[in-house]
Write a protein that binds this ligand. Structure first.
Ligand SMILES: [Zn+2]
Length: 361
């Protein structure tokens, strides 16, 4: 009998709630993830003691060396080199059955590639909602000449601790709003490509990516409520799943992300992934002359204090123009509104000026 549905690699567990880290010990004891409980725990710089104490508390006090029975690894930054070094150490240890990353986007991205290298299932424990990497099959890492995206096995479980997210530094806690709403731009680019180049569109991936974006656009609650953070976390999970379904970043990365890659290349350290994705998406909505999407994304970014203008990113108009000109070259083969318009530098400058006036209202 033929198989009449596609099979998806999806996380075994999604756990989004306040205090979720306290339940991590139970999750790591799940025999499907680590049959004998041998789990490496990876944290970012400066977080080791606090996380170790929290895990120890969660199991009734200090057993297993105070680290929930797992060995603790600290990663210094979000670089490719750091991921390779961690992967080598995890592989050399040979005794681990799984690896859990506890932290923000950088720690999770480094661990995803390291776990992939070592052939270990990876548990993603997010303490901020800065981008859609928490559940995606993509690891974004810095290297000598900017940032690169690497395909990896997606996390086997995703945990989001809403208490931790609330305590994360303001710009990072909810910058993922920009990444989620950029799905609308990415999907519009995909559909544009279908019309212009005949590229096939995956309807299931589109449904997941777009539903997540709409959920965030239409949940206008304050950023620190459980209700809003839950919708945002779930939308980021759906974005990651959409990429896994599509087998590429297409449903969540269009001209918006090309502009981000260009900004990262030209002006490293300008802003976070989510912040840049939001600006890129808003600018692309302007290029598409999609007034409805422009208004919805603009008011959403403003509501959560995210950048909309080049100046909000600390860039001059000229610098932003430069980035838009470079953007198509950052992702050869991906057809978006930028490739469709194929603008000259003068045209880009004109559209950026129009855009700045439109955002200023
Ligand atoms: Zn993204």
């Amino acid at each position: 009998m033929p198989l009449l549905a596609r099979m998806l690699a999806a996380p075994l567990v999604i756990d989004v709630r306040p205090g979720a880290i306290a339940g991590l010990r139970g999750l790591l004891a799940d025999g499907r993830i680590a049959p004998h409980g041998r789990v490496a725990i990876v944290v970012g710089p400066g977080q080791g003691d606090e996380i170790a104490a929290e895990l120890a508390d969660s199991q009734g006090g200090g057993q297993g060396g105070g680290q929930g029975g797992g060995e603790l690894f600290v990663v210094a930054d979000g670089s490719y080199d750091c991921a390779v070094e961690l992967g080598t150490r995890l592989r050399a240890a040979a005794s681990f059955e799984a690896v859990a990353a506890i932290g923000g986007g950088r720690t999770i991205d480094v661990t995803k590639l390291a776990a992939h290298m070592a052939g270990l299932p990876m548990v993603s424990v997010a303490t901020s909602l800065a981008h859609d990497g928490i559940a995606s099959p993509v690891s974004t890492l810095t290297h000598e000449s900017g940032t690169g995206s690497y395909g990896v096995v997606p996390p086997v479980a995703v945990v989001v601790d809403l208490d931790r997210v609330r305590r994360a530094p303001g710009a990072l806690a909810t910058a993922g709003v920009g990444d989620v709403v950029s799905n609308l731009s990415a999907v519009a680019d995909w559909e544009l490509s279908a019309a212009d180049t005949g590229e096939p569109v995956d309807g299931l991936a589109v449904a997941m990516a777009r539903a997540g974006a709409h959920a965030v656009l239409h949940q206008p609650g304050p950023a620190h409520t459980d209700e809003f953070l839950t919708v945002l976390a779930e939308a980021l999970v759906l974005s990651g799943m959409a990429m896994a379904v599509a087998g590429s970043s297409r449903p969540s990365s269009g001209g918006d992300h090309e502009i981000m890659h260009a900004i990262n290349q030209l002006y490293p350290g300008t802003a976070s992934h989510g912040e840049l994705a939001g600006v890129g998406a808003l600018f692309c909505a302007h290029l598409r002359e999609d007034g409805e999407q422009f208004a919805a994304v603009s008011s959403c970014l403003a509501r959560y204090g995210l950048p909309r203008l080049p100046a909000d990113l600390g860039l001059t108009t000229e610098q932003f123009v430069e980035a838009v000109c470079l953007a198509p070259a950052t992702r050869p083969g991906r057809y978006t509104i930028l490739e469709r318009l194929a603008m000259s530098r003068a045209e880009v400058a004109k559209r950026v000026e129009e855009y700045e006036r439109a955002v200023a209202g």
